[in-house]
Design a protein around this ligand. Structure first.
Ligand code: PEP
Ligand code: MG
Length: 306
């Protein structure tokens, strides 16, 4: 009797046919940086952005298409935007930090997004947020862009829903503050694991330590889900954890109700959901979250799934 949302992650518009076959109810994450990587070394034009966002919004309708503002920097580079060479790019100018540092480039994306959402309510989400000031600057830029479109007499979405990704431990710990201020939160577990455990997600030599089941990671996820529930704001997971059928029951037990994943994972996750009884999952998830003996983790997860 509990309603869940299973949504799809899209990197490229060519994946929309998979989206349509998957049975997903909406797009929970569109990674717009792929557009910049495609047109590199040139920047995408406003029309390039607009064309894609329209397609996504139309394909997802009546469900939302959650368009993430570009998450470049770190290891996702577009030459035109990166003037610096950084010692430690994963902790450097990436995500919202780069976005806010390149306002002229960002405004092109926002203009297209607001235009593409005309007559609908677009969902806009910013990556790698760690500070409330970043949200304030993001809103100010959106307001300016909306006013500019109005002055030009260009049609645009009258309203939008603005959310952030929870990917930095600081943001997860401050989830209560962000949940109050935003329309929704989406947990990016890929980065959240990386930054919580100080494990570079692309470094093979520490890949065995990249552990979604580390109690610290599970605590941050649960804290974020609870903060969203308390503020009455939806919380999703759009990192790889959401598409791993071995983790579906755990996430349900932690209170998650919106999952966004690669379209190919949807069926398996749905099967897990349909086999699950929530009342059994809540105590089982707590046992895993409170487990201090790493040797018991696999056993507890097995019981949860068994
Ligand atoms: C994440 O970090 O979990 C996420 C969904 O973002 P990306 O994988 O694009 O960094
Ligand atoms: Mg991320």
């Amino acid at each position: 009797g509990v309603e869940l949302e299973l949504m799809a992650n899209i990197d490229l518009p060519e994946e929309l046919s998979q989206y349509e076959r998957s049975g997903a109810r909406g797009i929970g994450l569109y990674r717009s940086e792929f557009l910049y990587m495609e047109t590199d070394p040139h920047l995408p034009t406003e029309e390039d952005h607009h064309r894609i966002y329209r397609r996504l919004i139309d394909a997802a309708h009546p469900f939302p298409a959650n368009i993430r503002t570009y998450d470049l920097g770190g290891r996702k580079l577009a030459r035109e935007m990166m003037e610096t060479s950084e010692e430690n790019p994963v902790l450097g100018l990436r995500g919202i930090r780069l976005t806010l540092a390149r306002p002229q480039i960002f405004r092109v994306q926002l203009r297209a997004l607001l235009r593409a959402g005309t007559g609908k309510q677009p969902w806009i989400m910013a990556p790698l947020v760690s500070r409330v000031e970043e949200v304030r600057m993001l809103r100010a830029t959106l307001d300016e862009v909306a006013a500019e479109l109005d002055r030009e007499g260009v049609e645009r979405a009258a309203t939008y829903r603005l959310g952030i990704m929870i990917e930095v431990p600081a943001a997860a710990l401050s989830a209560g503050v962000f949940a109050e201020q935003m329309d929704f939160l989406s947990i990016g577990t890929n980065d959240l694991i990386q930054y919580t455990l100080a494990i570079d997600r692309a470094d093979d030599s520490v890949a065995h330590l990249y552990d979604p089941l580390h109690p610290a990671v599970l605590n941050l996820i649960q804290h974020t889900i609870r903060a969203g529930a308390k503020a009455g704001k939806p919380v999703s997971v759009c990192g790889e954890m959401a598409g791993d059928p071995l983790l579906t029951r755990l996430l349900l037990g932690l209170g998650l109700r919106t999952f966004s994943m690669q379209p190919a994972s949807l069926l398996q996750v749905k099967q897990q959901v349909l086999k699950s009884h929530l009342e059994d999952l809540v105590p089982a998830a707590q046992r895993l979250l409170k487990n201090t003996d790493p040797d018991r983790t696999a056993l507890l997860l097995g019981r949860l799934n068994g």
